[in-house]
Design a binder for this molecule. Structure first.
Ligand SMILES: Cc1ncc(COP(=O)(O)O)c(C=O)c1O
Length: 472
């Protein structure tokens, strides 16, 4: 195990060549002597378990007065829901982010799996500018062509017959909850059994922050301060077929919500057998099977939809993050049988499905839906996992490298925050997941093999940061 000393040396010595370290736009690197650590969070929430470990040095951050001023102003006027990383982003280009001080970062976060085409994709930009110049918003009182074309395209390339648009992932899940309840009322009202109103969700699940989606989210400290949330949710161990079969009950279970790959929960993939068993149990109990592909859908796994790997088709699938290339969108894709239960006025949104957002989403879907694009994602994902396993696999803190396509996690036997800090100081942006002991990488899908090599090099170089955590 590398010592505390060797970690400190590794992070300040020119010999380690922190070649990306705070590279300025001018091309000149900061003198290594100016390199300092600062602690930060790499996930969205203020979670005690993910607070910076005492191992992370807390010297004054090398941020400019401009950055520090903005961070101070943010603290005064924003509601304190986000424990932000102290990077004040200024612009993005491809897989690179630049802060207001001109530092360059390789972005393995993509705005939490949103910027799949990277920052500033030319075709996406053209679509946004064209549409903004033509018609941005009309509300759902009226028809607009981009919305209908996007729905036609989504239907064309998925199991679904119909689409409902929202503005975010949590709203898509909220709509799916309502659709499931309405479906059960609509289709079983004449039977003697009580109408099913309950839901099944899984350990490590994350479905969003609004009251229904939150009720389906397993982490207690997200839910408990806001109880009572939506009642009638039972959590089952992710992957436990027997437990799930027992829990899915006719006349009780309206729907089962499952992420084919859990992102926030720590990059856990469902097996084919598990999803197939859920499908059968749902069919037997007249319950709906709902796949939340908000994070793992739309090309991230190297297939257009994550469910394609399992020969299982859901009744409903929710989408969001990457669909409009960075503009806010969500979508609920459903079978005709579910959609038939929904009437005028059952649900709605002022903003959702605007011409601007839908036109941007069409540009994204066109690119990602190209089989050669998907094939490249699958190949890059395999290569990246190989690189990580080879370079990091022997380190005693590394428990597992896992994931599919370009949703990749590394689980450690200690909290990953010090490693994330050290990598950021070396110009690599990462997210944590799970209980804070997993590094989550969801880079833009356009990332090059060279950039993946660079990410794995920086990770390898910074790994000794975990020894500091383990020692203290
Ligand atoms: C699987 C999954 N579902 C739902 C959500 C909620 O999406 P949003 O933050 O857009 O509301 C997320 C966000 O991380 C997610 O990963």
């Amino acid at each position: 195990m590398a010592s505390l000393q060797s970690f400190c040396a590794a992070t300040v010595s020119p010999a380690t060549d922190l070649r990306r370290l705070f590279r300025l736009e001018t091309g000149k690197g900061l003198p290594i002597s100016r390199v300092q650590f600062h602690t930060f969070y790499s996930c969205l929430i203020a979670d005690e378990k993910q607070m910076p470990s005492p191992a992370a040095p807390t010297r004054k951050p090398p941020l400019s007065a401009k950055s520090l001023d903005l961070i101070e102003r943010e603290k005064r006027v924003l509601v304190g829901t986000y424990a932000r990383t102290p990077v004040v982003c200024a612009r993005g280009e491809g897989c690179k982010l630049y802060d207001v001080d001109g530092r360059e970062y390789l972005d393995m976060t993509a705005g939490i799996a949103v910027n799949s085409l990277g920052h500033g994709d030319v075709d996406w930009l053209k679509a946004v500018m064209e549409q903004a110049n033509t018609l941005t918003h009309v509300s759902n009182v009226y028809y607009s062509e981009p919305q209908v074309i996007l729905a036609e395209n989504l239907v064309e390339c998925s199991f679904a017959d119909r689409v409902f648009f929202t503005n975010s992932g949590t709203e898509a899940n909220e709509a799916a909850i309502k659709f499931a309840r309405k479906f059960q009322r609509f289709s079983h009202s004449s039977e003697e059994a009580p109408i099913s109103t309950d839901f099944i969700a899984f350990s490590n699940s994350f479905h969003g922050r609004t009251m229904g989606a939150l009720a389906l989210t397993s982490k207690e400290n997200y839910r408990l301060p806001f109880e009572p949330v939506m009642p009638g949710v039972k959590f089952i161990e992710y992957g436990n077929i027997e437990e799930a079969k027992k829990a899915i009950v006719f006349g009780k279970t309206a729907a089962v919500f499952v992420e084919p790959i859990q992102g926030e929960g720590g990059i856990h993939s469902a097996t084919k057998e598990f999803l197939q068993a859920l499908r059968k149990a749902c069919d037997d109990a007249s319950s709906l099977l709902i796949f939340d592909e908000v994070q793992c859908g739309l090309g991230r796994t190297g297939r257009l939809w994550a469910y394609e790997a399992c020969d299982v088709v859901p009744d409903i699938m929710t989408l969001a993050k990457p669909l409009a290339g960075g503009l806010p969108i969500g979508a609920v894709l459903t079978s005709e049988k579910v959609a038939a239960a929904i009437n005028y006025g059952d649900h709605g949104s002022t903003f959702a499905g605007s011409p601007l957002v839908c036109h941007a989403a069409l540009a994204v879907l066109k690119k990602i839906g190209d089989p050669s694009f998907l094939e490249a994602v699958a190949k890059k994902g395999l290569r990246f996992k190989e690189l990580l396993t080879r370079k990091l696999g022997k380190n005693p803190h590394v428990k597992e490298v896992r994931g599919l396509g370009l949703i990749v996690g590394i689980e450690f036997d200690v909290g990953a925050a010090p490693l994330v800090d050290a990598c950021r100081a070396s110009g690599l942006l990462l997210l944590t997941a799970g209980k804070g002991n997993v590094i989550r990488m969801v880079p833009p899908l356009i990332i090059s093999v060279e950039e993946l090599e660079e990410a794995s090099d920086i990770l390898e170089m910074c790994l000794p940061a975990l020894d500091v955590a383990a020692v203290l």
